[in-house]
Design a protein around this ligand. Structure first.
Ligand code: SF4
Length: 438
């Protein structure tokens, strides 16, 4: 069935979920471009014959969003606006048999490790020469670098290993090659991602090799910022901190999901660490890398989290004063270890606990931000919006952390450039600035 109007072989890739999924979409984008397809990412215009939806299957909310997106494009196909709808990514990997029955309009479903089959279905060849030549969907000045796939950790609540498989590190030379290619194309900030960065190398180099990788990436010309996201606390390789302290182009920033501040809950979550050891690690990190910005994420409402145990997490947040923090409500995911437990924390209590933590973090972040007023920072400007140039300091990762706002009426900066600013005003999360004229 030929859709209305003249169109060339256009593919619209729609990405849901995390930055790791975004990298997968970029790899697909690059391969399709390399095969002569006209490819767009997240196009709002319904002028593509083919839609590939890269889904997320992490927790309830993310699954709902993925299904809504699939149904939207299935409906577009039924209305003749789209010819083909293909679904890949984590939700498809986990539920494709059920979903294929429930949503028969979708032409085909693919797992997270089925890029070759997806390409074949699109009559495209897998081009090895394009490995490392990834086209970006992010602004050209920053890029995610996925250093490994999958995860070997046993966290009781987590379905990711079910969707992404076991941990597989990518070889250092391949990663350095990709970083070089990205830097040649103007990338200045490289964000290292994986399910667990700290596991890097244990499979292919038989040792934790993140520090070595960081050093080799820091040697790549043109990269001003290297950022670490998704580190795991237990068995944390301390040599990473020395490299972070010694190399000027490695951000003094670490994202380390800790999930809870209660030893009893850490045990139930099978995190392999205690509250005491977590605090000791945080102390060591802050000692070895002064001025580091620590980001963490927590889960509230895990089975067995009584009011008293939640209080322990609340006090943990109060005491540790993280620079950046996010919170998830526990989602009862089938085939995970936690699913064998009773989901005994009511939804409204999960919500109350998440609100309480974020309210506390808001006041901590406000206090920490006040200390920045009058100080000067190197800021990477990402976009212009609502009368402001919006950027980030070294302590802020894209999409998830604080932002610096520079009035556009009285200032001009080039997006993608580093610019020195002075903080003039500070809110809970946003900072307002003026240009520093040398
Ligand atoms: S480290 Fe734990 S929470 Fe993170 S992806 Fe692996 S199993 Fe899931």
């Amino acid at each position: 069935m030929k859709t209305k109007g003249t169109r060339t072989n256009k593919v619209n890739i729609v990405t849901l979920g995390c930055s790791k999924n975004l990298v997968d979409s970029e790899v697909l984008y690059t391969q399709l471009k390399g095969n002569g397809y006209d490819v767009v990412h997240e196009s709002k215009k319904d002028n593509a014959e083919i839609v590939v939806i890269n889904t997320c299957g992490f927790i309830d909310g993310a699954k709902e969003e993925s299904i809504e997106t699939i149904l939207r494009y299935a409906d577009a196909k039924d209305r003749g606006v789209v010819d083909k709808v293909y679904v890949t990514g984590c939700l498809s990997h986990r539920y494709k048999d059920e979903l294929a029955v429930e949503i028969p309009t979708v032409d085909a479903w693919f797992g997270t490790n089925e890029l070759p089959r997806l390409l074949k279905t699109l009559k495209a060849d897998y081009k090895h020469e394009l490995v490392g030549e990834r086209l970006l969907t992010t602004p050209a000045h920053y890029a995610y670098l996925k250093i490994a796939e999958g995860c070997d950790r046993p966290c009781s609540f987590c379905a990711i290993p079910l969707m992404r498989g076991g941990h597989i590190s990518r070889p250092i030379d391949e990663l350095v090659g990709e970083a070089r290619s990205l830097a040649k194309r103007g990338m200045k900030e490289l964000i290292l991602i994986a399910q667990d960065l700290t596991y890097y190398g244990l499979d292919i180099y038989k040792k934790r090799n993140l520090a070595d990788l960081m050093n080799q990436l820091a040697d790549v010309e043109g990269i001003d910022w290297i950022r670490l996201q998704y580190a795991y606390p237990s068995g944390f390789p301390l040599d990473v901190l020395d490299v972070m302290r010694e190399r000027s182009n490695i951000c003094k920033y670490l994202d380390m999901p800790l999930q809870t501040g209660s030893t009893e809950m850490l045990k139930a979550m099978r995190r392999g660490i205690t509250r005491e050891k977590t605090e000791a690690l945080i102390e060591t990190i802050r000692e070895r890398v002064p001025s580091i910005a620590l980001r963490t994420t927590l889960i509230v409402g895990h089975p067995g989290e009584t009011e008293e145990l939640f209080e322990e997490t609340y006090q943990f947040v109060e005491k540790m004063r993280f620079e950046r923090l996010g919170v998830f409500q526990y989602s009862h995911e089938e085939n995970t270890h936690s699913h064998t437990m009773v989901d005994d924390v009511p939804a409204e209590v999960k919500q109350e606990r998440a609100d309480a933590i974020m309210e506390l973090q808001q006041s901590i972040s406000w206090e920490l931000n006040q200390e920045k007023i009058g100080k000067e920072y190197k800021v990477l400007f990402d976009r212009k919006e609502g009368g402001y140039f919006i950027g980030r300091t070294e302590s802020d990762s894209p999409e998830v952390d604080n932002e610096v706002l520079l009035p556009a009426a009285s200032n001009y900066v080039r997006l993608g450039d580093f610019t020195k600013v002075r903080i003039t005003e500070a809110e809970e999360f946003d900072l307002y600035a003026e240009l520093v004229t040398e």
